[in-house]
Structures are given as structure tokens and as C-alpha cells.
Design a protein around this ligand. Sequence first.
Ligand SMILES: Cc1ncc(COP(=O)(O)O)c(C=O)c1O
Length: 475
Amino acid sequence: MQSQKPNQSQPKKLLTRRSFFKTAGMAGAAFAGGLTAKHALAGKILESQILEKQCAFTELPNEFIYLNSGTEGSMPDCVLSDLQNNLLKWAGNPTYSYELDPELGKRQELNRAKVAKFLGVRLNNICLTDNTTMGLSMTLMGLNFGPNDKVVTTNHEHPALISPLQIWQARQGLQIKIQSFPPTEKLSQMNATELLDTLFPNTPALRGAKALCVSHVYPTTGVRLPLQALRKKAEELNIPYLIVDGAQALGMIDLTSPEDNLENCDFYAGPGHKWLNGPPSTGVLYIRNAEIRPPEFYPTISQRMVRYTDCMEGDPACFPMAKALQVRGCSNAPGFAAMVRAIEFVEDKGGTAQIEKYILNLSREVKKFILSRAPHCIISPHSDTALLSGLTAFFPFKWDKPQTPLTDKKTAVWVVDELLKKNIQIRPIGIPNANASEQSSEKPYALRISTGYFNTAAEVETFKNALQEVLERIS
Ligand SMILES: Cc1ncc(COP(=O)(O)O)c(C=O)c1O
């Protein structure tokens, strides 16, 4: 796969081209004695149409190696220009945009349908959200947990998943069974079956829980839990709902493959703004049962409860849940339409299966490098491809003492800062201890590398050399 980055000379040219439009616009204004808003708009749209054609990640400077898609992705030009055009369109005709425009209107049928097609599901399985947090909150606060219910989750979940569960715990006494991941030395060598059996053993404590709440890819360790195997686990444990945090998977993992098919989940929430390289404040919530309705599930963060109180079951006046969740005041519709442009970009590049392959190949290079020097320091699993992702986590180490992982936060932060001085962005990440409270300041810290679609093999090489140089300087 070709690098998505332009060659060295392109940003300059781009700058010149942009300056040209700016200057041309100003000269035109002077000549015409002042442009009307519509003419100015046409100029901006023309500029963005030209940018759209090239659709590379030109806003990421060439000399900046950005290895942190796990925190935020970037946006290719076509997404940026689409977003800009959408905003201009909105500003030019706000009421029509909000009420009726097929792309920007509050109902979002068109964009939902496109996202559904991309994910191999149906329109009424999809609601567009602001982010993963919102999708998880809609899901977990929408479900009707009772005081005798329990849910099963792990000690590596993001607060976006844990917080709504804690609200249920505080209000209704929901029991939260937190299963601990194995220690990092063990984890890195495991295969998917061993890991799932260790995490979710068939015991009375877990059997019959109402929901299994997990991440598809863990932001801490980069572990991917394959969705098909998770569904089998849920069935084995007689757990009806599989609820998945897809923050680190949407745009990285092919959600139409048999092993990781979205339809294995009852609810799946993910972002548009990380691996998919869509705009900030965009996300997707998948709801398997399009017919779900109160009292099984309430439409929270929605204006449409009335559609369930005023209608009989089977009545067309009863909204599908995803449709009810979509209308919630004024949303980021310009962003949703631009997220769909990011999806089209993925499709133009051969689809998510191709993108997943590319991302995993880059991540394998990082893993191999750490394994070859410091096998005791790697955290991410590396032998079973089913557990692989584009995230690689490892503890820092002194280059001449690779057998000793350095697990303190200060060292991890120092390495990240030193790499940033070399224009390489990675991030430090806390690894929860088994049985320790989430807030524990004692938890070990690692380094996390995200190899995104816009990264190249050459960038990974530069990163490896820079990392060695920094690790050699640890005193
Ligand atoms: C596993 C996980 N869940 C949720 C989130 C929150 O994502 P968002 O900003 O899309 O709400 C993150 C962010 O890093 C994450 O890693």
C-alpha cells in the first residue's frame, strides 16, 4: 500500500495554492467592489474541491511522525474539505440544513444508511453519535437493569464504559463483576482461547449475568477480543447482552469478517474520530435488535420517548430505536456527513479488510523490534493473530539492560517527551494492576504505539532508531 503522505515538496505547493485562492479572492473583491457572501462561498468551495481530489493526509507535516491514532486520528483532505463545505452550506441556509437537508438534516437517514452499508448491517441498526462515550451511555443507561442484575466486565475498561455501570450500581445496586486480565508477562504469550477462558471462566459467579461489557480492542494492552468468540462465551455463560466498546477498533478492524462480525454484538459503540480518521465529535452506535423498545430499552439522550408512550406495539408510529436516538436537538450533522466521506475514503483504498492488513503489518514491525531486543518488556500479545491490533504496548527499558522492564510513570512520560522532541508522537499508558483500584497511583506505566493508516514502513524505521537512541540515554 502506498504512503498516504505527500512528498517533501507538497506542503509548500499546497500553501502556495491556498495563498493563491486567498489572494485571488481578495483581488476579486477589490475589483468587484466587494464580494457577495455567495461568491465568497463559491471560492471556498472551489478551493476545497481541489483539495478533495488529492485526498491525502497533507495536514500532518511530513517531518512529524504521528503514532497516536488510539487517542485521535487525523483527517485526509477530502474529509476536511467535505466538513468545510458542510459547514458553509449550513451557515448559508441554517433552517433548511437542520430541518430538511438530506445530508445535514436532523434525521440523518442518508448518512445512517451509508454507515450501515459500510458495516454490512441495516439502517435501523445504526445511530450516529458524538463519540464512543455517548453510544455507551445511550446503551447502558437505556437498558433496564434491576437490583438483582449483575454484569461482567474487566479491569481494563475505559471510564466511558465503567461510569454508566457505576451509576446503576449506586442507584439500583447493580452488581459489577470485574474480571482481571492476566499479568502482562503471561498475557503477551497467550492465544485467544486461553485468554477468554481465563477472563470469563464458566463459574456460577458469572453465569446468568445480564450483560458482558468489554472492549473490542484494549487501549491499555492492544489486545483484541474476537467478537465471534466473545459471543460464544456469552452464550456459554447464558449472558443475553454482549455490549462492546469499539473505540479502538472502528476503522482499524474489519467488522464484516466472520471472526469480528459486528452482528455478534447486541450493542457496539465506536468513534469516527480515531482510526477512521473522521472529524472530532463523530461516532456510531450499532443496535442489533432494531425493534427493541421500552421497557427493555429506553431512548435516553433523545427527544422521542413520546413515540413509545403513544403507540401500540407493531404500530408504524412506534419508531425504531436507532431512529429515536438520532433526533436529539441539534447534532454534529456536518461532522456525520464528513465521517461518511472518511468511510468512502476507506472504501476507495480497498475497504477495511485491506486497511486492517496494512495497520497490522506496521504494528507487527513494532512488536518484532521490541521482541528482538526486550522480550520481557512487551505487553501486547504477538503470537495469535486473532488477538492482534494496531496498538503495541511495552514497558521502557535501558537499551543495555533489556531484561528489566521500567514500569514507573516518570520514565514512560520522559521517553514520550524525548520522542516528541524528535517530532515523534506516541503516548504513555497506565496498565491496571490485577485487583487494584482504578485510581491507584501505583499502577505501572507503559509506552503505546498506534500504527495508523497514514503511517509508513519508513516512519516505523525512523521511530525504531529514535527509540533506541532515547532508551540508550536512560540513566
Ligand atoms: C476503549 C475506549 N473507550 C472509550 C474511549 C472514549 O472515546 P470517545 O472519545 O470516542 O468517547 C476511548 C478513548 O480513548 C477508549 O480508548
